[in-house]
Design a protein around this ligand. Structure first.
Ligand code: BDR
Ligand code: CA
Length: 327
C-alpha cells in the first residue's frame, strides 16, 4: 500500500518542551517521514516576538531555514494571562538562544500566523495536520477570519488540558488552555477532528540529563547535541524548583506526546467524547471537561489521551534525536 507523507504545520510557543518536540519533528522530516509545511509561532510561554525568534533559531540550528515561520497573533485572551518565562527562561529556550545560529527569518516582515494557516489549509484541503503545542490563539484567529477553515485540517493534534489530573497553572487549568480560554473554546466548539494530549498523560513523560547524554554520546561535537544537553540542564533546574517531577532529575516534555501520537500511536490510549472549555468559572477558568457518563453521545469533538507508555515514548524520541545529531 502506498503511504503518503504526513503534511504538518507546527503551531508552537518555544518553550523548553516545545524545543525538544520541534527537534524530534525535524528528525522525522530529515528521515523522510513527514513534511513540515510551515511553523506558526504562538504567543504563550514567552512573548510572540521571542517565540518567533526561538522557532527560527531551531530551524537555523537544523538547516531548515527555508521553512516559513508565521508570527503569533496577540491579544486573544482578556489580558489576564501570565507567560511562563519563569519555567522556560526569559527567551523561552533556557536562556540559550545566544548560543544558537543567527536567524534567517524576520519578525517584522513575517506573515501573521493566522494568514499562514488559512493559506496552507486552503491550498491542501483535508491533507494537513496541525500540531498545536501552544495556546490556541492563532488557530482561533484563523477560524474567525475565515470561518470553516479549521475543518480543512486533516486533524488538529493539541497538547492541552487537564481532565482527571490537576492543572499546572491553577488547581484546575492547564497552561495552553488557560492562557487563552476563549480561543480554546472557539476551537473546541468549531472542530470535531481534535486529538488532545492533556497533562493526564504528558506529566508521565520526563526527559532526564541521562537521556540528553545518550543523544550527546553519538555526536559529541554537534551543536544540536550541545543544545539538548544545556537545555535539559536548565529545564531540570526550574522543574525541580517548581516541583514538577516529584523530585526526579528531569523535566516534563509535554509537547512531545503529540508526535508520539502521530508517529508511534501504539504508545497511547484514547477516549472519544465532547470536550468543553470553562471560560467563566472564578476558580475553574480554562478547565477542560469530558463527559464520561455512560449515556449515548450524539456529539463528540475529540479523542482525549488517557494512558501513555512513557518508557517507549522517551526511547523512541531518543533514537530519533540521535539520528538528527548524527546527520
Ligand atoms: C504546556 O504549557 C507550556 O508551558 C508547555 O510548553 C506545554 O505546551 C504544558 O502545560
Ligand atoms: Ca508549548
Amino acid at each position: 500500500m502506498a503511504t503518503t507523507l504526513p503534511k504538518l504545520i507546527l503551531d508552537t510557543d518555544p518553550g523548553g518542551d516545545d524545543s525538544l518536540a520541534f527537534l524530534w519533528l525535524l528528525s522525522l522530516v530529515n528521515q523522510g517521514k513527514a513534511e513540515l509545511i510551515a511553523v506558526t509561532s504562538a504567543d504563550g510561554n514567552v512573548h510572540a516576538r521571542l517565540t518567533f525568534v526561538a522557532a527560527a533559531k531551531l530551524l537555523a540550528l537544523c538547516g531548515h531555514e527555508a521553512i516559513e515561520v508565521g508570527r503569533g497573533v496577540i491579544g486573544g485572551s482578556e489580558g489576564d494571562a501570565e507567560d511562563a518565562g519563569y519555567i522556560h527562561g526569559a527567551d523561552g529556550m533556557g536562556n540559550l538562544s545566544h548560543t544558537l545560529p543567527a536567524i534567517a527569518h524576520s519578525y517584522e516582515t513575517a506573515r501573521p500566523a493566522d494568514e499562514v494557516l488559512i493559506e496552507k489549509l486552503k491550498q491542501a484541503p483535508g491533507e494537513i495536520t496541525i500540531v498545536a503545542i501552544g495556546p490556541l490563539t492563532n488557530l482561533a484567529a484563523a477560524e474567525k477570519k475565515s470561518p470553516g477553515v479549521l475543518h480543512l485540517a486533516k486533524e488538529i493534534v493539541i497538547m492541552g488540558g487537564a481532565f482527571a489530573a490537576p492543572g499546572n497553572i491553577t488547581p484546575e487549568a492547564e497552561f495552553n488552555i488557560a492562557y487563552d480560554p476563549e480561543a480554546a473554546q472557539l476551537v473546541f466548539a468549531t472542530c470535531d477532528n481534535l486529538i488532545v494530549l492533556p497533562l493526564d498523560v504528558t506529566r508521565h513523560v520526563v526527559f532526564t540529563p541521562a537521556m540528553a547524554a545518550q543523544v550527546m554520546e553519538v555526536a559529541p561535537t554537534s551543536p544540536i547535541s550541545k543544545f539538548v544537553v544545556d537545555l535539559c540542564q536548565f529545564m531540570v533546574g526550574t522543574a525541580l524548583a517548581y516541583r514538577e517531577t516529584e523530585g526526579q532529575q528531569g523535566f516534563l516534555v509535554h509537547d512531545a506526546s503529540t508526535l508520539a501520537y502521530l508517529f508511534y500511536p501504539e504508545t497511547l490510549r484514547f477516549r472519544r467524547g465532547q470536550v468543553e472549555i470553562e471560560t467563566e468559572g472564578k476558580w475553574t477558568r480554562g478547565k477542560t471537561l469530558l463527559d464520561n457518563r455512560h449515556a449515548i453521545k450524539l456529539t463528540a469533538n475529540a479523542w482525549v489521551a488517557t494512558d501513555v507508555d512513557s518508557v517507549n515514548v522517551l526511547a523512541l524520541m531518543i533514537e530519533d534525536l540521535k539520528l538528527l545529531v548524527k546527520a
